[in-house]
Design a binder for this molecule. Structure first.
Ligand code: ADP
Length: 562
């Protein structure tokens, strides 16, 4: 039997690592299953190149929990390791990764900003185990290996007792980690991290009700069901995002949505299948969720994967801010795993990925708009909050959105900004030739103002989201020589001032009497009382709030919210 010392500078690095990753102990299982998956996929690759000629057979990875022995075993039927290979891959490679990690973060032991999702590999098993065994036999059928290490830099390596190809990693769970000996806890980790890993993973058994074998029937003549125990396979090895978009239909995308969010009963509005090879690798499916009125939009629904291994569902800083409102999956091996969140956010590759995703989303929206405008219009009210948010937080997106962003009028028509301009140009220019865009933000409350405008043949657009105040300013800058005014900011003839004096119906004496009475009940500093330009309706006067007064108020109400 060989004994050896793992080459590390720190006498005992395990306690340090344990402390570092306090909140992330649970990732050990993901790391071990990811290794088992790699070993299995390598075997398939060798077989397809002709380097492995044997029978692969069932390649399911098995997780075995033994509460009495206090062990968790991860067992695969992959390429396996001989004693020589264990020396090389575990003693040198696995531990060099750990050593590097310690050296890098040693000085930050107390700081909390290294809580990222680390990919620590095999070595992370020591976060929960006091002793780890590897029993392995490689695909070349060389003598099996048996490695053991108790968390000190000492290990032992001897011939193993294993007949079949593959690797068993046996974790002897430490006293402070017995929570991982609970079936429910393991199930929960498998669902979180391994749901879409590319090789089948089984954990225990489950009940299934099938037709009984003897064909017995109940009194109604139906075949009776009997309970059978079947393997509990916890993952779907080929999730929708890994498939070619052309092989999937709408129903496939919807059912994948339900797979991702079993508790979300509302179908999404539509999806975007991302599939990029250059300049980086990225696949995924993004969904525009249906938002119920008055419901808080849930952020952090997008799940980030690297080659089907779950990394995180808190993607802020990784995808463009406004896309954190979407649902779905992004998978990229180019997003570095072994680093902290703050590093991720400043990483150049990650930034490129973010802007690329934003472009893909706008391309898709444009395509949907062009393909079936009526359908796009029918969805507009539901998706506009995403798009307006995107337009305000991402200038490039704002530019691209000019092709598909719509403005709905109070009469139910939808225009792009260009179309709106062309439509209203003949009638809605004032004496200085300025284009006057009328908008309402409360269709019911501003009903009478809207009516007098539409009676004159003017279009009034509805801008009623919480972002309106910010959007109006931005649109005004975009649309040359224009002014956006809220419909109740003045009487309609003042809003579009064509320099035509319209006399009041009231005499000067009447006006003088009436004005102070009204000003007494409304706040004088915020509103104006007017008598002119009222010949279109039967009203003798209006109370208006000028655009500038109102905008000041609106901006401060939502200010800082962006
Ligand atoms: P990484 O997986 O990032 O390369 P690890 O520390 O997890 O690093 O593992 C080091 C090496 O040990 C792997 O690259 C692989 O060669 C070998 N290894 C680990 N687990 C297995 C396994 N279940 N079967 C075969 N080889 C394995």
């Amino acid at each position: 039997m060989a004994k050896g010392k793992i080459k590390v500078n720190t006498e005992n690095i395990f306690p340090i690592i344990k402390k570092f990753l306090y909140s992330d102990h649970e990732i050990f299982l993901r790391e071990l299953i990811a290794n088992a998956t790699d070993a299995t996929k390598k075997l398939h690759a060798l077989a397809s190149m002709g380097d492995f000629k044997g029978e692969i057979g069932d390649d399911t990875i098995e997780i075995i929990l033994d509460k009495k022995a206090k062990t968790i075993t991860v067992s695969d039927k992959g390429i396996g390791m001989s004693q020589e290979e264990v020396k090389k891959y575990i003693n040198q490679i696995a531990f060099s990764g750990a050593e590097e990690f310690v050296n890098k973060f040693k000085d930050q032991a107390e700081s909390s900003n290294i809580i990222g999702k680390f990919g620590l590999g095999f070595y992370s098993s020591f976060m929960v185990a006091e002793r780890v065994e590897i029993i392995s036999k490689n695909y070349k059928d060389e003598e099996a290996s048996h490695w053991e290490c108790d968390g000190s830099p000492e290990y032992s390596l001897k011939a193993g007792n294993k007949e079949t190809r593959g690797t068993d990693i046996i974790l002897h769970i430490a006293e402070d980690s017995t929570e991982f000996l609970e079936e429910a806890r393991i199930n929960n980790l498998l669902t979180k991290y391994c749901k879409f890993m590319p090789v089948a993973i089984k954990f225990g058994q489950k009940s299934e009700w099938v037709d009984n074998k003897e064909g017995k029937k109940d009194k109604d003549g139906n075949v009776e069901k009997e309970e059978v125990k079947v393997d509990n396979v916890v993952n779907n090895p080929s999730p929708a995002w890994t498939k070619a978009p052309s092989s999937l239909d709408d129903e496939d995308y919807k059912s994948f949505y339900r797979e991702l969010y079993p508790m979300n009963f509302e179908d999404p509005l539509f999806h975007i299948h991302l599939n990029v090879d250059y300049p980086f690798n990225l696949t995924g499916i993004l969904y525009f969720p249906k938002i119920k009125p008055n419901m808080e939009v849930q952020k952090d629904k997008i799940q980030l994967y690297s080659r089907q291994v779950f990394i995180t569902d808190s993607v802020e800083g990784i995808v463009p801010d406004f896309l954190t409102l979407l649902h779905g999956v992004i998978d990229s091996p180019d997003i570095p795993l072994n680093v902290s969140r703050s590093y991720l956010q400043s990483d150049g590759a990650v930034k490129k990925i973010a802007s690329h995703i934003s472009k893909k989303v706008s391309d898709k929206l444009e395509e949907l708009f062009k393909k079936d405008r009526a359908d796009f219009e029918s969805k507009w009210d539901d998706i506009k909050v995403f798009i307006e948010y995107g337009m305000l937080s991402d200038d490039k997106f704002f530019e691209r959105a000019q092709k598909f962003a719509l403005y709905k009028t109070t009469t139910g028509k939808y225009y792009t900004l260009d179309e709106l301009k062309e439509t209203i140009k003949p009638a809605q220019t004032d004496k200085d030739d300025k284009l006057v865009v009328l908008y309402a933000n409360d269709v019911d409350g501003q009903h009478s103002y809207i009516e007098s405008a539409t009676n004159k043949g003017y279009e009034v657009i509805v801008l009623d989201s919480p972002l309106t105040a910010h959007l109006v300013g931005k649109l005004e800058q975009t649309l040359e020589n224009s002014t956006f005014v809220r419909i109740d900011a003045d009487t309609i003839d003042k809003l579009i001032d064509k320099n035509e004096e319209i006399p009041s119906k009231l005499s000067d004496e009447e006006k003088e009497k009436l004005k102070p009475v009204i000003e007494d009940v409304v706040e004088k500093s915020k509103f104006n009382v007017q008598f002119e330009s009222m010949n279109e309706t039967d009203q003798p006067m209006t109370i208006v709030q000028p655009e500038f007064m109102r905008r000041m108020k609106d901006m401060s109400a939502v200010g800082g919210g962006m």
